[in-house]
Design a protein around this ligand. Structure first.
Ligand SMILES: [Zn+2]
Length: 50
């Protein structure tokens, strides 16, 4: 199993691993709250569907 690195936009490693469902985590470096759903990061990538 591959563990995904989940990083803040400031570059700090927030956590490592795979999960299902949704998680919010606050970056301790810059204070930004990042949301992740499953293995996909929300809100920081262009929606390429459709
Ligand atoms: Zn950060």
């Amino acid at each position: 199993m591959v563990l995904n690195d989940q990083r803040c936009t400031c570059g700090k490693l927030l956590f490592k691993g795979n999960f299902s469902g949704q998680i919010e985590i606050k970056c301790l470096r810059c204070g930004q709250i990042k949301s992740f759903s499953g293995l996909e990061e929300i809100g920081s990538s262009v929606n390429e569907l459709s």
